[in-house]
Design a protein around this ligand. Structure first.
Ligand code: NAP
Length: 306
């Protein structure tokens, strides 16, 4: 039986890997569908302490992975489909077979939410996107819109403004919820136009993909905007489907942890990062929670080994 299996390879999972491997627990880390997590779809991370010039999101994750592997974290590809309680621990079903372990650290993060637009499935990748860093290249000198009012939307708009001919940021309220610093970047960018109090309700498309969006403002008036691309940056859902009925989740699907702890409702299962944090969701807070989960798993195992 393994000591600890970490599920997820974002800042929380990899930090848990660094700590548990340095504690000689010989962890297995299951990387999931998006190895490296959300930071691999971001550009420069400017708020990671110790990097006054900023750090490329992909590079940061590669370095974290190298550091976890250096101390002996065993990386495994694939996803976990099921967790069940067995004597002395848990059995995890993965697409690469099953693993038995004394403890589990869930660090599966969250995934982008999309608007319920007609033709969405058909147009994803043909004008609709949730990731400017991944798809921005295809919109060089083209006209794009971004929807959302949080940090992600600011970041997407700012990034796209470097490539696209113009960027229209469409937000449903008259205020952004993004941090002041990110808002300032957008307000000061002459290439970004903002449309307030407006929702994107439909798409216009031809055989090659998206050609425009239909918007509705708070007075109920609709209008069309010609765009080649629409980037949806309206938040995230926690990746917890496989945990339903296993541990307690809140009404939005986030893992519920005990106050001040990464312990979940089931002893031996810990959670860290965006999968349990609906409030801060920063790379640095996720990494901190990954460290906490690793230390708590270590203490749990010590208690059980006596
Ligand atoms: P978020 O903060 O939850 O913001 C989501 C935005 O989308 C809100 O402005 C919301 O509008 C809007 N929205 C939600 N559903 C919508 C719908 N159906 N139609 C239209 N608009 C909709 O999500 P996020 O921007 O992804 O950020 C998530 C977390 O990651 C935050 O804690 C953020 O600080 C962090 N983050 C940090 C950085 C950074 O520091 N560099 C970068 C990216 C993300 P309302 O405002 O009206 O609710």
């Amino acid at each position: 039986m393994e000591n600890v299996v970490i599920i997820g390879s974002g800042p929380a999972g990899l930090t848990a890997g660094i700590y548990t491997s340095r504690a000689a627990l010989n962890p297995i880390l299951i990387a999931g569908l998006q190895p490296g997590g959300q930071l691999t779809t971001t550009s420069i991370v400017e708020n990671w302490p110790g990097t006054p010039e900023g750090v490329d999101g992909n590079k940061l994750m590669q370095d974290m992975r190298a550091q976890a592997e250096k101390y002996g974290t065993r990386m495994m590809h694939g996803t976990v489909t099921k967790i069940e309680k067995i004597a002395g621990g848990f059995r995890l079903e993965t697409d690469n077979g099953s693993i038995e372990t004394k403890t589990v650290i869930v660090a599966t993060g969250a995934s982008a939410i999309t608007l319920p637009l007609p033709n969405k499935e058909k147009l994803m990748g043909y004008g609709l996107s949730t990731c400017a860093v991944c798809d921005g290249f295809f919109y060089r000198n083209k006209v794009v819109a971004v929807v959302g009012g949080g940090d992600s939307a600011m970041e997407e708009a700012h990034y796209l403004a470097k490539l696209a001919a113009s960027v229209t940021l469409v937000h449903r309220r008259d205020k952004f919820r993004a941090s002041k610093a990110m808002q300032e970047k957008v307000f000061n960018n002459p290439k970004i136009k903002i449309i307030w109090n407006t929702e994107v309700v439909d798409t216009v498309a031809d055989s090659s993909g998206l050609t425009g969006i239909v918007m509705k403002n708070s007075n109920g008036e609709t209008s069309q905007l010609k765009v080649d691309g629409l980037f949806m940056a309206i938040g995230h859902n926690p990746n917890t489907e496989f945990l339903r009925g296993v541990i307690e989740l809140d009404s939005q699907g986030y893992v519920l942890c005990k106050p001040g702890s990464t312990a979940t409702s089931v002893a031996g299962i810990f959670a860290a990062g965006d999968v349990e944090d609906n409030k801060f969701r920063q790379a640095i807070t996720s990494a901190g929670r990954g460290c906490q989960a690793a230390l708590e798993a270590e203490r749990f195992i010590e208690g059980h080994d006596h």
